[in-house]
Design a protein around this ligand. Structure first.
Ligand SMILES: [Zn+2]
Length: 393
């Protein structure tokens, strides 16, 4: 919720130390709050930087040499000031030199470790079927996808990519992907065409997929993403949350929901895949039919509203931002009927798109969007069918 900033939780969140429910709330808040997001980016960078510092032990021989030198010196020599400067130097110089050697050795090892790691960024790829190409060369059972390289599958080949240490992506047949970026604070893949499934277990917003019509930002999740030859894409989320973005348009898609995007238009409105066909087809037209007027939009919106169940408030909540005037009022009325807003959320506030109020309401609605509890879903659907009398399934 936008009203309560999450700065105190950011460090724990970034280290994946929060319980899943709280982690999701923080992730959600980060999407809507520039202030917390800026802070998160700084913390994330710091955490990732700290992870880069290598840990290793100095060779035993060096420590043994130091110890034996120390033991060879009588205790009183260490405690009393030397009478002559030259003998002080003679005594201590080798010890300083030994310690300095350890430090220099450590720094060199660290630099070498970072250099070799940073100088060849790539992801491991495993062939699952057929003969996937990396660049233009057919790959063996195992391969490496270097920064900037394309991985391409034909009609009978599939591959699996290890996304650094944060997840896995499966590449289906007839798909083209390219590694755009891999660094501690950002891993980015381009999906030019075809279909991929991702499972990511890192803190949210480390893994991104660019498509011709929008960017999918992982919020800790599993999902599939497909892109057709015209550059249109379709996202299905199977667990967690994914944000789809193009410029200032953003759709937040939970498990069980899908969202389409179109080149030049961006993300459409997210919807649950078990919504009625009438609902889904009206939504597609509303989102992507160019040249809709307020008049031609009206019957589509009416269909969506009359078909909507409690959990379809996911769609209606996003439509509040996308509709205007009396059509936004209609969306509000329908949402308020399906799930009355909490006391602090007013009709006026929602109609003027008060972000705090809309996110507060969203916090309540999410209970009905959650796919976490199967029982809850069954109950909600039964309630929707029985009480509202408008469920389609
Ligand atoms: Zn905030």
């Amino acid at each position: 919720m936008l009203s309560n900033h999450v700065t105190e939780d950011l460090s724990a969140y970034c280290n994946a130390e929060l319980p899943p429910a709280q982690s999701r709330l923080v992730a959600e808040h980060l999407i809507g709050c520039n202030q917390c997001r800026a802070e998160f980016e700084e913390i994330k960078f710091g955490v990732k930087l700290a992870e880069q510092i290598p840990q290793f032990s100095a060779p035993d021989s060096l420590w043994l040499a130091i110890e034996s030198q120390l033991e060879a010196s009588p205790v009183n020599e260490k405690l009393t000031l030397p009478a002559h400067r030259p003998s002080f130097l003679r005594l201590w110089l080798p010890r300083f030199a030994a310690v300095a050697a350890v430090i220099v050795f450590a720094i060199l090892l660290g630099a070498l470790w970072i250099y070799t790691r940073e100088s060849r960024p790539f992801w491991e790829v495993a062939r699952l079927n057929g003969a996937p190409l990396i660049g233009s060369a057919p790959m063996n059972a195992k391969g490496q996808l270097a920064l900037g390289e394309w991985l391409e599958t034909d009609g009978s080949s599939r591959a699996q990519i290890e996304v650094a240490t944060i997840g896995q992506v499966e590449i289906d047949p007839n798909t083209r992907v390219r590694l755009l970026e891999t660094k501690p604070t950002e891993h980015r893949l381009e999906l030019a065409r075809g279909r991929m499934s991702a499972r990511i277990w890192a803190p949210p917003r480390l893994f991104f997929v660019d498509t011709p019509s929008g960017v999918a930002a992982d919020l800790g999740c599993a999902y599939t993403l497909e892109v057709d030859d015209a550059g249109a894409s379709l996202l299905h989320v199977t667990s967690g949350w994914v944000a789809l973005q193009l410029r200032e348009i953003e759709s937040i898609v939970p498990a069980g929901a899908a969202c389409a995007t179109r080149p030049g238009i961006g993300p459409g409105t997210p919807y649950f895949e078990d919504a009625s066909d009438v609902f889904k087809s009206a939504l597609t037209k509303l989102d992507f039919d160019s040249g809709l007027t307020e008049e031609s939009r009206a019957p589509l919106l009416n269909q969506i509203l009359s078909e909507s169940r409690l959990r379809d408030t996911l769609t209606l909540w996003h439509l509040m931002y996308r509709m205007q005037g009396s059509q936004r009022e209609q969306v509000f009325e329908r949402m308020a009927l399906l799930s009355p807003p909490p006391k602090e959320v007013t009709r006026d506030g929602c109609l003027r798109l008060d972000d705090k109020m809309l996110h507060l309401w969203k916090g309540y609605l999410e209970n009905s969007w959650s796919g976490d509890s199967r029982l809850k879903k069954v109950w909600v659907d039964a309630w929707t069918r029985g009480v509202m009398g408008m469920g389609k399934r």
